[in-house]
Design a protein around this ligand. Structure first.
Ligand SMILES: *Cc1c(COP(=O)(O)O)cnc(C)c1O
Length: 367
């Protein structure tokens, strides 16, 4: 029996998405070049923007982090200054990129169980007018909270700052209008809510912003501007493209359309989340975040107050039953995570909860 992944990615994908990656294809084949073109256009549509409105899509080989690093290391110029908003491991990952690439930056941190406060962002930007760029995580996968990117984007627009959003674990699973959110650079990847297989990241960017970044990159392979220029010139990647992952992604986009687009997918993920919440509450599990700031992508559950609970055992017993969950990543508290995204449905979540219930009963009986 196949394993079901209740993780932040890579995720469970459909058989037809996997099958689309089963045939060899040349990187200069018309079918492949067409797929790249179609994907670049369709991602704009999913972000509710278009080429005519001045937006571009750049595909970048590698995992999601490669996409974020491509943006961070390419768009902050020598005389620019980046404000990193951090309330979890993914914000800290951007901080690390800044230090590796020696970028001028300032960090505004919040607790892991608090969202980024737009008023604090405004205050800091007003105090430090030399800041030119702001980076924020949308769905902070460390905990599962949603940062208020629309409110932060409005402040950036008002104060003339370039806004970079890591929407890795939310794009495709949450309705988002990139223009209305005043985002200049949005990053996500092939193996999250679009439900493709791993292989590449994508960046949706405002063309006017992108045009100013020529020659600024600190890396050859992650040069965002050159990657864009390469795709524009002949529809090709500069270096070996993730051919099979692209073909799978094209199929994943078709399946997203057939499901009813982002609104339908968001509704399914929300149903998964509601099923999980209800089931886990009945079993006595407590969530790490308060519900007002919790998103519907992934949830952190505290370890139960039971000395007989051992996460590794719990994980293995679930995995033996083909349910794969995820360890926690909190700096101060022990928790594990359960994702609601990918090819999983409310009945799968109910089956997971049932398995958890049986395992917990056994553990208690043995204790
Ligand atoms: C998954 C994820 C990433 C990228 O992780 P990779 O392992 O490089 O694919 C970045 N940011 C967030 C918020 C994520 O959820």
């Amino acid at each position: 029996m196949k394993k079901l992944l209740f993780t932040p990615g890579p995720l469970s994908t459909s058989q037809t998405v996997k099958a689309a990656a089963m045939e060899d294809i040349g990187s200069r084949d018309a079918l492949f070049v067409d797929a790249v073109k179609q994907i670049r256009e369709e991602l704009l549509t999913l972000g509710q923007v278009s080429k005519e409105e001045g937006y571009e899509t750049v595909l970048m080989q590698g995992s999601g982090t490669f996409g974020v690093e491509s943006v961070i290391s390419s768009v902050i110029g020598e005389n620019d200054h980046l404000l990193v908003l951090s309330n979890g491991a993914y914000g800290e990952r951007i901080v690390k990129m800044c230090s590796i690439h020696k970028l001028p930056h300032t960090i505004l941190r919040f607790e892991e169980d608090e969202i980024t406060d737009p008023a604090a962002v405004r205050h800091l930007l007003e105090q430090q007018p030399h800041i030119t760029h702001v980076a924020c995580i949308h769905s902070e996968t460390t905990t599962g909270l949603f940062n208020p990117i629309e409110a932060i984007g409005a402040i950036c627009a008002e104060l003339g700052k370039t806004f970079i959003v890591d929407a890795m674990s939310s794009f495709g699973g949450v309705a988002l209008d990139i223009r209305k959110a005043h985002i200049q650079y949005l990053v996500s990847s092939s193996n999250k809510c679009i439900e493709g297989i791993p292989g590449f990241a994508f960046i949706i960017a405002e063309k006017q912003a992108l045009l100013t970044t020529k020659g600024q990159a600190r890396s050859l392979s992650l040069d965002l501007y050159e990657q864009w220029q390469g795709l524009e010139a002949n529809g090709q990647f500069r270096f070996t493209p993730p051919t099979l992952s692209i073909m799978a992604f094209r199929q994943a986009l078709q399946e997203l359309r057939e499901e009813g687009g982002i609104p339908a997918r968001e509704a399914r993920y929300r149903k998964n989340k509601a099923t999980l919440d209800k089931g886990m509450e009945a079993l006595g599990f407590k969530q790490y975040l308060r519900p007002e700031i919790q998103g519907h992508i992934i949830t952190s559950f505290l370890y139960p107050n039971d000395p007989s609970f051992h996460f590794e055992q719990f994980y293995q017993q679930l995995s033996d039953r083909n349910f794969v969950i995820y360890p926690g990543k909190l700096s101060k508290t022990n928790a594990f995570r359960i994702g609601n995204i990918g090819q999983i449905f409310p009945a799968d979540v109910a089956a997971l909860v049932q398995a958890i219930s049986e395992i917990m009963q056994k553990q208690t009986a043995h204790a």
